[in-house]
Design a protein around this ligand. Sequence first.
Ligand code: MIG
Length: 750
Amino acid sequence: MIKKTTYGYTVEKDNVFLDVVFYSDSIVRFSYSEENKLPDSTIAVIAKPMKMDVELKGHSIKTKDLQIKINENSLTVEIYDIEGNLINKDKKVDLNNIQVSKELLDEKAFYGMGEKYGWINKIGTDTVNWNSDVLGNSPIHTGTVKEYHTSIPFYIGLSQNLAYGIYFDNTYRTYFDFGKKVEDTIDFRAEDGRIDYFFIYGPQLSKVVRGYSDITGSMPLPRKDFLGYQQCRWSYENRDELMTVAKKMREENIPCDILYLDIDYMKDYKVFTVDSEKFKEFKEMNDILKGMGYKLVVIIDPGVKKEEGYNVYDEGVEKDYFVKDSNGKIYIGEVWPGDSAFPDYLREEVRNWWGELHRELIDYGVDGIWNDMNEPANFCTEAKTIPENTIHMDDKGQSRTHKEIHNIYAMLEAQGTYEGLKKISPNKRPFVLTRAAFAGTQRYAALWTGDNSSIWEHLESSMAMFMNLGLSGYSFIGGDVGGFTHDSNGELLTRWTQLGAFTPLFRNHSAKGTINQEPWCFGDETLDITKKYIKLRYNFITYLYNLMKDSSDKGDPVLRPLFYHYQNDENTYNISDQFMFGENIMICPITRPKTNHRMIYLPEGKWYDYWTQEVIQGGKFIIKKAELDTLPIYIKASSIIPMDKITNYIGEEDNSLEIHYYYGEKGKYNLYLDDGLSFDYKNGKYTEIKFEIEPVDEYLTISGEVIHEGYDIPNIKIVIHGFVKGNKVTIEGDKLNFDKEKRVRLNINK
Ligand code: MIG
């Protein structure tokens, strides 16, 4: 019997309950349990079930978008769209093995799964989710490694005109198979816990991604200056080394906003200490850096050195804040400080304590926190993490094994850090960067993809990884530019910087023992070209910031695959080596050595070659010549794109802005502006201007309407590309008071 519940329906068979719960007309949760009540979701889920208008007819539940047929004997489901087309079908629900097998229908591709190596389309592959210090486990990131720093048990199935998503809400180790073992079968399974998953219907892929972000949350709007270039190294060992880099950037005229300190700034690797020998007058140093336009981020690992007399350790012991072994003693592992204890972030009290520990660093002038080793990594076990039978305690005082908590350990740390920073500086948007993550961690931290190597293969594979992270709710992402392990070289750094300039997090980082890879380390040509692209990045800060705003509002990825906008075009389904930077800009990096050309797919429509301004009709593959100083970039005709003036750092000068229109059809753009730093925008202190530019006969009409004015409007200049000489241009700008305040000057480029 299918029975009505508050938020859906429930079916029971042999003491197993299947709850079908609605979150919207197109988002349904299927939760299997032995309790006659709806089980709690994991911390990944922030959405609440909704009371929906659904009807039950026989064995079919109908919403406005979906029909769900339930088999009461096997507790399997079939999902149809409203016209009766089959979208998703269970083959088997295996409660003993915590496994769901689905029939592969017309899907041409599977995407998502967060940070995984390999090509973008995961069809025919399998993978495992267990947060791992990849380098600690295996010599290098490759396709044979399945467990990465990050676990996001979410995938998207795509067939012509139809996309859906499945988020498996289980924090234990999970396994996914996309038709590898059995050709027509997709299955997902967990090592423990329950079967509990969300089905998200499109049919547009973007709707699936937004739906996933409705469930697990989106990134908070980051500080604008953190979108600038970031320079890191393991390590700038002392004040002199750091200041030398800071000065050199300015001398060489390389825009740079963020500098990092890796583990060597601490005293004996003790978190929340600063080695005052190496970093004399730390606060004064930060003041100097700030005066030069820099923001400093320091690393914090979870491992707390076991040392009596060290306040963090003593307090943790005294208050019972550390993870325990199976005998109830504090578990001691080994990380950088040697013997170390691991904070049990599962409890709010521990997270609050951890958050508060950052106060001194913030008082010293530190602006962001970098969370590394939070899988958590551990040097002294074979699995390179803390044992699965170590014990966490939840807020209700109940014991939970590490086996269950492992994949969310980093997320809980990030939450504690984010919330702590917010408490310490209530009106500053916190910046936290994390290596490990789970579904939902985007709510607290940006993410970098961990320890890559300075090899071309890792430059190339980073694109698919970023695109799949984007489809998995993660927008603020990037990889170590130049490569982390092994020695980089000029050509590799150049190509890597070109790609990195169009990743939301743009950070050059390298490992101890490798040669330095700051932009000036490989001679003049490398310096010139890397500088050119770092500068180019600064042209697009406002554009990127606007994408980040959209992403924080709706969950759209910033760096996205082509099929995000060309879902009907199957040619795009397997493109792992080109990506969209928002809807209007397509980036096609060169990721092979000594290579001065590549193939590019231009989807339908007209495209501008960014460098030559040549207009090319899409819907075809082209060969593009691109010497070392050229990153192929294409701009879609009809786009409106804001471009900033290049400065040494964001906010150096009062910004003036150019609005570029690429001649085509009617273009629309909503420009969002705020202080880029505080939460004041939540109280209306932001400006939004709606631009529309449209060719009408031989005229161009340009309008800019201020929809909301709560923040200074910069000087705006309009630049038209591809406009045929001799044509007339008119501006309709009365709502912006273009003429009165002289904010707009018309400038025809061509
Ligand atoms: O065991 O802090 O991924 O970015 O430089 C290595 C030293 C620890 C790993 C991070 C890397 C960082 C390094 N860390």
